[in-house]
Design a protein around this ligand. Sequence first.
Ligand code: ZN
Length: 213
Amino acid sequence: MKQIVLFGAPAAGKGTLAGKIKKILPQIPHISTGDILRENKKNETPLGLKAKEYMDSGKLVPDELVIDMVEDRLKRDDVKNYGYLLDGFPRTLSQAEKLEEIAPAEVVLVLDVPRQELLNRVLGRISCPECNAIYNKFSIPPKKEGICDICGAKLVHRSDDTEETMNKRIDTYEENAGPVIRFYEEKGLVKHVDGTRTMHLTEKEIKSFLEIV
Ligand SMILES: [Zn+2]
């Protein structure tokens, strides 16, 4: 049983880290606000229908509505029995304060990745349309520029992001997450994880982050 909150910029590798945590705590529910929103919309719950109105008119779903949906989710038995791995929540201080009331976080993992590395990860993504091989211009380049090593097809870009949109996404993350991370830092709950080596983190390292002995 562990109540974990995960923070990381776009492309920081939250999915990879979450996967590694799930290997150690297989029953922990991985809860993301995106999934909760989709589920509520799909099941046409009263909250989901309200959220849909906002989204359809191109507006952000208000804080209180997100909180209500997450609160709903956190009341289920799997959370009571196994804790949670929260991703994308809390995004604001009022959400963090609410979470303290419902089911307080025990560990807050912050994936640190330098901005240039995030940009490289997203802007460098290229793939083969023929055999689906994936490359990165900066970190895993093909032997011959723009050509697939395996089948010789011409490689294509995988991201719609430009440097500008990616920088904006990172700025938004920093603006939102900054105060919330400080809130948890004051409580002594934050563990910084080197996101440049998430793939290589050992089970032992992750257990020590999570204070599981
Ligand atoms: Zn190929």
